[in-house]
Design a protein around this ligand. Structure first.
Ligand SMILES: [Cu+2]
Length: 491
């Protein structure tokens, strides 16, 4: 038995027998073969929660107390292959790693502040003492740079809870994380997979790395700190019962939508909803400061999208006052210091050269005067676009759609009101399958990444053979601190 397995058993109070019972999974398939609620309940245990792209926070034992060491610090967060931002997070990531404990545990969190300003930790939803509430200046002194504060909890609740800085702009810089309290009596019916997805938004200007935490115009929308297509899919075996816990500590509410299935909302930031109160849907609105746990039976094979349904949250780098430009004459924007802010690089080398266009707002189409067509966030020319996006594949070879710029765009496109909308924002030109390659993406349709941006990822519901193949590749990757380790050890 591996150390990790022993660790998980200790952590979640599981008996060895549960791991040695392969029919546990088979059994759950039979019980939940139909859409909706299962007819009967069966053996259940607390499956560790998988926070893709983030992972868990380790702990040590001091007697009967679980001790976590939480460090607030500046982190480089790669939110997309072409974009790394300077965020504030915990233990190397933003959001910080997920803390998982059991109902009944005694827990100590040693909190160190490695930031250049005071902070403190709030424990969102905890029914605990005021001394542990983490309100700077109210329930405790703020923790100064280099300082430490120790929080102690006796966990009597169960559900999806959070930790975050209670200094609002720090929260928007990435200072949040999840705190899972597993129930003493496991939830029925048993879920074979249990995932957590943080919903966040950042406003980062092109050629900049620092989120503007005051800006309401968010252009990077991320799930677990990654923007599509850099998000890691949720890997599920056909027939699994799946729980997804959405957590929203941001500025906007997010309607999270799952394709191909009906789920039930079974929990909130206040814990488990009694079964009689579950409600069905395929979209759940996750409001600010809320958690929504949803459960469904993955009985429909396919690579199903799960995404925020706000159109502006299904894009990357969207910005109405700066960005790449498309086709027509005018002033440039979006250049960086190294290229003279883009002012003199065109042909001819003047600001009004024909390679430049205005970048204020989206285009209105060519109504009226075709030579005065306002332009948008699209590229100036195919070559300029490609030069500006190293890592993009651009040429999709035999792909059905072919290259952008040929028969993808109608000859009279410039004269059509509202053009372009998605022509330069989605499609083969935006493809980066290779740049985001990982085992979880194995077998996806070629070119998929050109159509996935912002708060988007997949629930990949794989028939047994394909599931085993993907799991084998994930195991072979031997990634240190793999967020998927709890699943890989059971597969
Ligand atoms: Cu959204």
């Amino acid at each position: 038995m591996s150390n990790r397995r022993t660790f998980i058993q200790k952590a979640f109070g599981l008996g060895a027998g549960l791991f040695a019972t392969p029919q546990l999974f088979a059994d759950s398939h039979d019980r939940h073969s139909s859409r909706g609620r299962p007819a009967s309940s069966g053996p259940a245990f607390n499956m560790p929660v998988v926070t893709t792209d983030i992972g868990d926070m380790p702990y040590t034992m001091d007697g009967d107390t679980k001790v976590f060491h939480l460090v607030a610090e500046v982190v480089k967060q790669k939110i997309s292959p072409l974009k790394t931002i300077d965020a504030w997070g915990f233990n190397g990531s933003a959001p910080g790693p997920t803390i998982q404990v059991n109902q009944g545990d005694s827990v100590r969190v040693i909190f160190d502040n490695h930031l250049p300003e005071p902070t403190s930790m709030h424990w969102h939803g905890f029914e605990d003492t005021i001394q542990n509430d983490g309100m700077p200046g109210i329930s405790q002194d703020a923790v100064k740079p280099g300082g430490r504060f120790i929080y102690e909890f006796n966990i009597h609740q169960a559900g999806t809870y959070f930790y975050h800085s209670h200094m609002a702009m720090q929260e928007m810089a990435g200072m949040l994380g999840a705190f899972i309290m597993h129930p003493k009596t496991p939830y029925q019916p048993h879920c074979d997979k249990d995932f957590l997805i943080h919903l966040q938004e950042y406003a980062v200007l092109p050629n900049n790395t620092v989120p503007n935490t005051m800006n309401m115009e968010f252009n990077w929308l991320v799930l677990n700190g990654k923007a599509g297509p850099a998000t890691t899919p949720l890997i599920v075996r056909l027939g699994d019962r799946v729980r997804i816990r959405f957590v929203n500590l941001g500025m906007d509410h997010h309607p999270m939508h799952l394709h191909g299935h009906t789920f039930y909302t079974t929990g909130t930031e206040g814990g488990r909803i009694p079964e009689a109160g579950w409600w069905p849907g395929n979209t759940v609105l996750v409001g600010v400061a809320q958690a929504r746990d949803v459960e469904f039976v993955a009985n429909n094979p396919g690579d199903w999208m799960i995404h925020c349904h706000l159109p502006h949250h299904m894009m990357n780098q969207m910005s109405s006052n700066a960005g790449k430009m498309t086709r027509s004459a005018g002033l440039p924007a979006g250049g960086d210091m190294n290229t003279g802010m883009g002012m003199l690089q065109g042909t001819p080398g003047v600001p009004l050269g024909e390679d430049y266009g205005p970048a204020l707002g989206r285009g209105l189409g060519g109504v009226g005067n075709a030579s005065d067509t306002p332009s948008t966030n699209g590229p100036l020319s195919q070559k300029k676009a490609m030069d500006a996006m190293p890592g993009m594949q651009h040429d999709m070879g035999n792909m059905q759609m072919g290259k952008m710029g040929q028969d993808d765009i109608a000859k009279n496109a410039n004269d059509v009101p509202n053009f372009p909308q998605d022509a330069y924002m989605e499609g083969p030109m935006m493809t980066m399958d290779e740049a985001v390659e990982r085992p979880e993406n194995y077998g996806l349709r070629a070119g998929w990444s050109g159509f996935m941006q912002g708060m988007m990822t997949f629930v990949r519901i794989l028939p047994p053979e394909k599931y085993d193949e993907v799991i084998m590749r994930m195991k072979q990757a031997k990634r240190p601190g793999d967020p998927y380790s709890a699943i890989l050890e059971r597969a």
